[in-house]
Design a protein. Sequence first.
Length: 592
Amino acid sequence: MDARDEVKSRISIEDVIGRYLELKKSGRNYKALSPFTKEKTASFIVSPEKQIWHDFSSGRGGDVFSFVMEVEGLDFRSALELLARRAGVDLEKYDKPGKTKISKSRLYDLNEIAAKFYQVQLKANKLAFNYLFKDRKLSKETVLHWQIGYSPNTGSALYSFLKNKGYVDAEIQAAGLVSKRGARLVDMFRGRLMIPLADGQGRIIGFTARTIKEDDYGPKYINTPQTILYDKSRHIFGLHFAKDSIRVNGFVVVVEGNFDVIASHQAGIKQVIATAGTALTEQHLKSLSLITNDIRLCFDADRAGLSATERAISLASKHDINISVITIPKGKDPDELTRTDPGSWKETISQPIYAVDWLIDFYKSQVDLNSAPGKRRFSNLVLPIIRSLSDEVEKDHYINLLSQIMNIRTISLSNKIEGLKEEKQTTKLPIKVNDYQIDKGAIEEQKIQDNFLSIMLVQPRLRNNLELLSKEMFKTHDSLELFNFLVNQPNINIEKDISIFKDIIDYVKIELLLYEELYQGLEISDLSREAIHLKSRLVESYIKNKKKKITNKLMNADSLETRKLLEHVKMLDNLLNQTREEGGINAQETTN
């Protein structure tokens, strides 16, 4: 058993996908709304039995690894590492003999050396130097304490430096310090301020890189990608410096930005930490709850901040953690307030508002509670939050409170919450890659191929429909492989042994899932008609695309080429007519 199989044997695909999507039971399978298209009717299918998923709306499908790669934007190795951590699988024991062993201690050393390299570069860059000391008003002690540096914009300065120190490419890549550009490796971070990210013991595990000027190219912040050491869903910025102060003060303040944390610590207010953006995860809450159960959020009142607060309430309720919100003066952020008036920042964090009360007050200010639409909108925003509370007494308290605020009977609110209960109450992980550019024509062609092959796979009696078809009609590697397999072994019985498909086993499982969802239980005559119909569409689509290419070529062809191209068009027309005629005969024979 290899690492991939070991991980798959320890996790269930429905549990993994259920962390991202709301899955609902549908017979032996689960259904959800597609994360890749804006559909209203669920067509995303998960099969626990086959450990496969398929999205009918976009034509995508695969196993648990392909799903994580899609929604997290990861390559296979990164997806394997992420799922291995969740499954408790040690990947090192699966390394091949002779493969460069990636030692964690070497990676810690690598990051430490990189941090010192960036610190030296800071001294030589006047723009970065002035930004920290003049614009941010950080002291020399603070910059040294947090090991802030600068990455030169030369392409491969750090890479060359680390190579000279004796580190190999595999190690430098594993640390997330370089990326591939064509065939060569270049520095991951260039022309940016570098803020080291440390674990709870103070060991550097990665970096946050920030642009210096607001109009600099690219995103303002870039983090180290997922590595053996760095996992953003677990990492808490500044915790190694903050934990003593958190214990002394009895609470922790969670802010959005690294510089918010640094400025607060410089002002002597050290019970402040940050997560990656506003993505507060269950792992973050569990780590913080080991030190304190009083967690105070200081996020922007934008959609991201509100969503993060709502997620935190749901997660905290399960772990008996008190989540509250800190409101700072409008137009300021913690960094600015700390630099201009540290006393005000200290007073502000000492006056938190319980998160549920804060959200109710905020949403109340956004709607007209004197109107029916306003009350509906308000209840739609607030009731899911109350529903997520695990304590029934607390739920009852807020239902009574909303009844007074809205002048609505408590029974009406309770009934509405009951209607929401069917939804899963777990907080879903954000999906990174959900805004696909959909080529509807290409998706439709793929659906025709997949649906046709699913019938051919399961029904040997109908494989005569493979005649007249050619390899060029199948667009993907897997569909072409399956077509070739069925043509060469027309009598193969899928029910006897699925393992014969070897390299395309996942695609075959998807095809079986397709058949199960679309055609299970149909009479053979109905299946025959559907196969003929799909075959005809497959040929028509192929001929249409071929004719389009020929038309383009005709515009620049000489007389000889023109004659050959026209002959090819005639051949395609004959193929189409033959397919239609054959379809008519087969359909008649089937019905008789």
